[in-house]
Design a protein around this ligand. Structure first.
Ligand code: ATP
Ligand code: MG
Length: 400
C-alpha cells in the first residue's frame, strides 16, 4: 500500500481554502447583522421600558426559518444586559430552545429548570407542579428584578406540553410584586398563535414582530460578509455567492440554508484539492445536503416505514410513476423476506402521506373512472441519492 504513504504529507502541503470555517456555522454569532435594523428597533422598543421597571409587555416574534429571529433576539437582549449592568439594574435573561429534550418536554421540567436558574434545587420528579410554580415565583419575587424569558421554538413546547404552561406563566406575571417577568416567544410556525387558547394568545402576543424572509440580494450581502471572514482571499470564483443566494432564496430567503450551502461547497472544493470554489460546487453541495437529509430521515424511521420507502425505491428503478397498490404488493413481499409482520394497506397509505409531507415522494391522486381513485407516486429526490438510500436500507434489513 505504498501509494498512500504520503497522503497526509500531501494534505498538509495543500493550501486550505478556509480561514475560519466556524464563521459559516449556525452557532457562530456575526458581529454585523444586516437588513434587520427595523426588527432590531421594534424588539428593542418593546423591551426598553422594562429597564425603568415599568411593566414589560410579552412579545411574540415570528417569521419563516432562517430569517434571523434567534440571532436578533439574542443580540438585542445582550445589548440590554450590558446597559443594565452599567446602570446596576437587576436584569436576568434566560434563553431556552424548546426543541431541547429533557428540559422543555413537560411543564414540570420547564418550571424546575426555571427554578434552578434562581438557585433553587427542584427534584427531577415528585413534587406537585403547583409547588414548583410557587418555588419559582417566590425565588423570582424575592427581590426587585427583571426577568426576560426567551422561549425559542415555542410551538414545540406547546406541542409537547400543551398551552397551560403559557397560561400559568403569563398569570404569574400579574401576581409579582417586586419583580417583573417578560416572555418572548419565537416561532417559525406562522399559524401557531392562532391555535392557542384565546387568553394565552392575547397575553403572549401583546406585541408582535414579524421577520420577513430575506430577498436574494440581502442574502448575497450576508453571505459576502461572512465568506470574507470564512475563506482565504481569492478562493471564491465569480458568481458563486450569487448562485448560492439565488438557491437559498428560491422558496423563501433562508440565511441558514445559504450559509450551509456555502460551507459545504467549500468543503467539497477543498476535498477535491482545488484552489477555488466554483459554481458547480454549489450544485454539488445542494445535492449532498439533500442526500444527507433524506438519509438521516430514512435511518431514523421505524422499520415499517423503511420497508415502504424501499418498496418505492425498487419500483421506481423500473418506472417513474407507480401506484399505491403496487407499492403495497412489493411491501408485503419484502416484509415476508425480512420476517416482519405487514401492516394494513390503510397504515401504509398513512406512511405514504407522511413521505409526501417530508418531500421524499410526490403523490398525486388520479381518478380511474369507475374503478375509483388511486394515488400516483413519484420519488422526488435527486437521482444520485437513490442508490445511497438503497444501500443504507439493504444494510439495515441485513439483505446484503
Ligand atoms: N442579517 C444577518 N446577518 C448575518 N447572519 C445572519 C443574518 N440573519 C441570519 N443570519 C444567520 O443565519 C442563520 C439563521 O438565523 P437564525 O438562527 O436567527 O434564524 P431563525 O429565524 O431563528 O430561524 P429558525 O426559525 O429556523 O430558528 C444563523 O446562522 C444566523 O447567524
Ligand atoms: Mg431560531
Amino acid at each position: 500500500m505504498k501509494k498512500f504513504n504520503r497522503f497526509f504529507d500531501e494534505f498538509l502541503k495543500k493550501e486550505p481554502l478556509f480561514l475560519n470555517k466556524e464563521v459559516l456555522q449556525s452557532f457562530y454569532t456575526p458581529d454585523d447583522i444586516s437588513h434587520r435594523d427595523s426588527q432590531i428597533k421594534e424588539v428593542a422598543n418593546v423591551l426598553a421600558p422594562a429597564l425603568r421597571m415599568e411593566s414589560p409587555s410579552n412579545l411574540f416574534i415570528y417569521g419563516k426559518t432562517g430569517s434571523g429571529k434567534t440571532l436578533v433576539t439574542r443580540y438585542v437582549t445582550s445589548l440590554m444586559k450590558k446597559t443594565a449592568e452599567k446602570n446596576k439594574i437587576n436584569l436576568k435573561v434566560f434563553y431556552l430552545n424548546c426543541k431541547l429534550k429533557k428540559v422543555a418536554d413537560t411543564e414540570y421540567r420547564l418550571m424546575a429548570q426555571l427554578a434552578k436558574e434562581f438557585g433553587k434545587a427542584v427534584p427531577s420528579t415528585g413534587l406537585p407542579t403547583d409547588e414548583v410554580y410557587t418555588i419559582f415565583y417566590e425565588a423570582l419575587d424575592s427581590q426587585e428584578q427583571l426577568f426576560i424569558l426567551i422561549l425559542d421554538e415555542i410551538d414545540q413546547l406547546v406541542k409537547k406540553a400543551g398551552d397551560d404552561i403559557l397560561y400559568n406563566l403569563t398569570r404569574i406575571n400579574a401576581e409579582l410584586k417586586k419583580s417583573k417577568l417578560s416572555i418572548i416567544g419565537i416561532s417559525n410556525d406562522l399559524v401557531f398563535v392562532d391555535s392557542l387558547d384565546p387568553r394565552v394568545k392575547s397575553s403572549l402576543s401583546e406585541e408582535e414582530v414579524l421577520f420577513p424572509p430575506y430577498n436574494a440580494l440581502q442574502i448575497q450581502d450576508i453571505l459576502k460578509k461572512r465568506s470574507t471572514k470564512a475563506f482565504k482571499k481569492n478562493t471564491v470564483a465569480a458568481g458563486v455567492i450569487e448562485k448560492c443566494s439565488a438557491y437559498a432564496a428560491r422558496e423563501h430567503g433562508d440565511a441558514r440554508r445559504a450559509l450551509e450551502l456555502m460551507r459545504v461547497a467549500g468543503e467539497l472544493a477543498e476535498r477535491q484539492c482545488l484552489e477555488k470554489i466554483e459554481i458547480k460546487h454549489i450544485d454539488e453541495a445542494e445535492e449532498k445536503i439533500e442526500r444527507d437529509r433524506v438519509l438521516d430521515i430514512t435511518l431514523n424511521q421505524p422499520k415499517q416505514f423503511q420497508v415502504v420507502l424501499y418498496a418505492i425505491v425498487l419500483l421506481s428503478e423500473k418506472r417513474r410513476n407507480i401506484f399505491t397498490g403496487e407499492i403495497y404488493e412489493i411491501y408485503k413481499k419484502i416484509c415476508s423476506e425480512i420476517k416482519l409482520r405487514p401492516l394494513t394497506q390503510r397504515r401504509v397509505s398513512d406512511m405514504l402521506a407522511e413521505l409526501d409531507m417530508m418531500g421524499i415522494i410526490n403523490a398525486k391522486i388520479i381518478s380511474k373512472g369507475r374503478y375509483g381513485r388511486t394515488r400516483e407516486i413519484t420519488l422526488s429526490i435527486a437521482q444520485s441519492t437513490i442508490p445511497k438510500i438503497k444501500e443504507v436500507l439493504d444494510k439495515s434489513f441485513g439483505l446484503k
